[in-house]
Design a protein around this ligand. Structure first.
Ligand SMILES: [Fe+2]
Length: 241
């Protein structure tokens, strides 16, 4: 049996000491599979049917299926509900910022880069590989000091940069937790699968220098009180089952 409490302690120590941690089965494989199925159902699975973003990011050569959390309530809710997990992992008081869903194709790479400030605390989660071949995430051992000191945008690395890199092989449900602003990361080897599906979740320290990125600066839309109205007299509505 996998001791989850021990895993949490190990991950937390690893994150504190090295700025990253490998969370084996952060999502149980069944949950990873069901989550991808939900994305497929909600957003479609062909270029014609897809209702997310058919787009090309700054670090990919090819178009891919992508979705930004705030386009889909179910996607945003996954991001928000991971906040307590990430707080336990980092020991910080966090707020969620953004999340992306992405399906890479065979031969794709994700160029090494550092993220913008919104990814002060980041999760890269693998959901599935079409051919079950692990496609490792590359991560710099040390920190990369970007010239973009306020981290207003994700930055490509200057040519000639040499930092020792770790390659973390990830199975479905596995995640890497890392400092997205200071750890150089990407997938520099071509994807060996026909496709692979991933989720990325970002958070900031609510007391830290990037706190303004909480809710991707859309707190005024989402962080609002709710209200419910009931009729004066209860009618013959369906009974709750
Ligand atoms: Fe990134």
């Amino acid at each position: 049996m996998y001791d989850r409490l021990k895993q949490l302690e190990t991950l937390r120590a690893s994150f504190e000491q090295q700025g990253w941690a490998y969370a084996h089965q952060m999502f149980p494989p069944e949950v990873a599979m069901a989550t991808l199925r939900m994305f497929e159902t909600e957003l479609g699975n062909s270029r014609e049917a897809y209702e997310g973003i058919w787009g090309k990011g700054p670090f990919t050569e090819n178009f891919c299926f992508e979705n930004y959390a705030y386009r889909s309530p179910f996607h945003a809710t996954i991001l928000w509900t991971l906040t307590p997990y990430m707080q336990a992992m980092t020991g910080k008081e966090l707020l969620p910022t953004t999340s992306y869903f992405r399906v890479y194709r065979k031969g794709d790479v994700c160029k090494l880069h550092v993220d913008r400030a919104a990814a002060e605390y980041a999760i890269s989660l693998t959901l599935a590989y079409s051919d079950n071949i692990a496609w490792p995430l590359w991560l710099s051992e040390g920190n990369f000091e970007s010239e973009n000191s306020n981290h207003s945008a994700a930055a490509d690395i200057p040519e000639g940069t040499q930092l020792p890199m770790l390659k973390v092989p990830m199975l479905p449900g596995d995640a890497v937790i890392y400092d997205g602003v200071r750890k150089l990361h990407g997938r520099a080897e071509p994807n060996p699968n026909e496709w692979s599906a991933h989720l990325f979740f970002d958070f900031v320290d609510r007391h830290g220098p990037y706190a303004e990125h909480a809710f991707d600066r859309r707190g005024d839309i989402f962080v609002q009180p709710s209200s419910f109205e009931f009729p004066d007299v209860d009618g013959p509505k369906e009974k709750a089952s």
